[in-house]
Write a protein of this length. Structure first.
Length: 384
C-alpha cells in the first residue's frame, strides 16, 4: 500500500474529500420491506452504479463485492474528472482532471495495520500528487504499481513515486500540444499520444528522451499498450485504429477501419488478443488483433452511449475477466455491455455531467468506477 503522506488541507479548499455511501429511496423501501411486507423488485439506483435487488430472508439486497456500500460517492475534485484508474493490485484508485491534481483513494480497508495510510477506511482520499500546470487528461499506474503516470494539456508526461507522492520524472511529449493519453507496458516503458500526431515511447531508465516515435500525421487522441510492452495501439481524428511494433521504427503493422468519427478511447482485453475502441460516431467496437486472422477484424459493435457537441475524450474499459465492456457517455450515464451477447446490460445514471472515464476493479469484477464532468467519482457493484 502506498506510504504517501496524508494530504494537508489547502487554504482554497471548498470542502474535504469524502466518500459517501448512497442509499436511494428504493433501497430505503427495501429495508422497510422486512417489517412492513412491502415488496419492491426495482433496481436500486441513486448513483452512477445500479444494483438489481436479489431478496434475502431479511429483505436486503445481496452484496456482490467488498465495497462498504453498494454505491459510494467520492468527492474532492474541484473541476471535471477526466480519468480514473485502479492500481493493478486493486488497492488504490487514482483520479485526475481539470483541477491539475491527482487524487489517490483507498480501494480496500485494512484496520489491522498500524500504518496510518493503510489503516484508513475504504474510499479515504489519503494523498494529492501535484506538479501539472494544466488540466490532466489521463492518469494510470505502471505495471508494478510503483509509479503513477499522467499526461496533461501542456504536452508533459509526469511520473510520480506512488509510495511517497513526489514527482520523479517528466517528459515533454509534445511541447505546446496537448498530450491526450498515456499507457504503460511491462518493465519501464510507457507510451503517450498527443495532438502533434505522434505516439511516443518512453523508457523510465532514460531521462528526457523518447526511445521511439511513431508518426500518425493527425492528432492522436488515444493509446494502449500490451502487457509485455511489445505492441502499441493508437487512435485519432482519422478514425483509424493502428497497431505498432514497439521494437521497430516502421509503419503500423495493422490498421483497422470502421469508425466514422474521432476515436476517443482504447482498451485491451485481459488476454491481449482484442482491442476496444470508443469513437464519436457513438459506437464502441471490438477488434481481433491476432495474427493470421481471416476476414474482418471487427468482431462486435456496441451501441447505446452518446457523444455530443462538447467532443470530449470519453474512454472505455474491459472487465478483468473479459466478459463485460463499459464506456462513458455524454448523456451522464455509464453503459455496460455483455461481450458474448453483444447487448447492453446496464445503463447507470447518477452523474450530473458527461461520464469521461470508467474503470473495472482488476480483482473484483463487479466493482466499477466512473469519473464525471461534475467532479464526482462513483464506485459501485454490479451483479455477478
Amino acid at each position: 500500500m502506498p506510504r504517501a503522506t496524508r494530504r494537508s488541507a489547502t487554504p482554497d479548499a471548498d470542502a474535504p474529500s469524502t466518500a459517501v455511501a448512497v442509499r436511494s429511496p428504493a433501497a430505503k423501501r427495501a429495508k422497510r420491506g422486512a417489517d412492513g411486507g412491502e415488496k419492491d423488485d426495482d433496481v436500486i439506483g441513486g448513483g452512477a452504479i445500479a444494483l438489481r435487488k436479489t431478496k434475502t430472508a431479511r429483505g436486503a439486497p445481496s452484496r456482490t463485492s467488498s465495497l462498504p456500500a453498494p454505491i459510494m460517492k467520492l468527492t474532492g475534485h474541484r473541476a471535471s474528472v477526466h480519468s480514473v484508474s485502479f492500481s493493478h493490485g486493486g488497492d488504490v484508485l487514482a483520479s485526475a482532471g481539470g483541477d491539475k491534481v491527482i487524487e489517490l483513494w483507498r480501494a480496500t480497508s485494512d484496520a489491522s495495520t498500524s500504518d496510518a495510510a493503510s489503516s484508513s477506511s475504504f474510499g479515504d482520499n489519503y494523498a494529492e500528487l501535484r506538479g501539472a500546470k494544466n488540466a490532466i487528461t489521463r492518469v494510470t499506474f505502471t505495471r508494478d504499481d510503483e509509479n503513477v503516470v499522467s499526461a496533461d494539456a501542456d504536452g508533459v508526461i509526469r511520473v510520480f513515486d506512488a509510495a511517497v507522492g513526489t514527482q520523479v520524472k517528466s517528459y515533454v511529449g509534445a511541447r505546446g500540444k496537448c498530450a491526450n493519453d498515456v499507457a504503460c507496458g511491462a518493465g519501464d516503458v510507457i507510451a503517450s499520444a498527443s495532438d502533434d500526431g505522434r505516439v511516443m515511447l518512453w523508457d523510465l531508465r532514460v531521462a528526457k528522451r523518447a526511445s521511439r516515435a511513431f508518426a500518425c500525421d493527425v492528432p492522436t487522441t488515444a493509446v494502449a499498450m500490451s502487457k509485455d510492452g511489445g505492441r502499441v495501439f493508437s487512435g485519432g481524428v482519422d478514425d483509424v485504429v493502428r497497431m505498432w511494433d514497439a521494437r521497430m521504427d516502421a509503419e503500423a503493422v495493422l490498421t483497422m477501419r470502421g469508425h466514422s468519427d474521432t476515436i476517443t478511447g482504447l482498451a485491451l482485453s485481459p488476454c491481449g488478443a482484442y482491442v476496444l475502441s470508443n469513437a464519436m460516431d457513438n459506437t464502441l467496437k471490438m477488434w481481433d488483433t491476432r495474427a493470421y486472422v481471416e476476414g474482418e477484424r471487427e468482431m462486435k459493435s456496441f451501441v447505446g452511449h452518446a457523444h455530443n457537441y462538447e467532443k470530449g475524450l470519453l474512454r472505455c474499459a474491459f472487465s478483468s475477466d473479459g466478459t463485460r465492456v463499459a464506456a462513458g457517455s455524454a448523456d451522464m450515464c455509464v453503459y455496460v455491455w455483455d461481450v458474448d451477447k453483444g447487448k447492453l446490460a446496464y445503463k447507470l445514471p447518477g452523474h450530473k455531467g458527461a461520464v469521461n472515464d470508467v474503470a473495472f476493479h482488476p480483482v473484483e469484477n463487479p466493482i466499477l468506477a466512473s469519473a464525471g464532468a461534475d467532479g464526482v467519482i462513483f464506485l459501485g457493484e454490479l451483479d455477478r
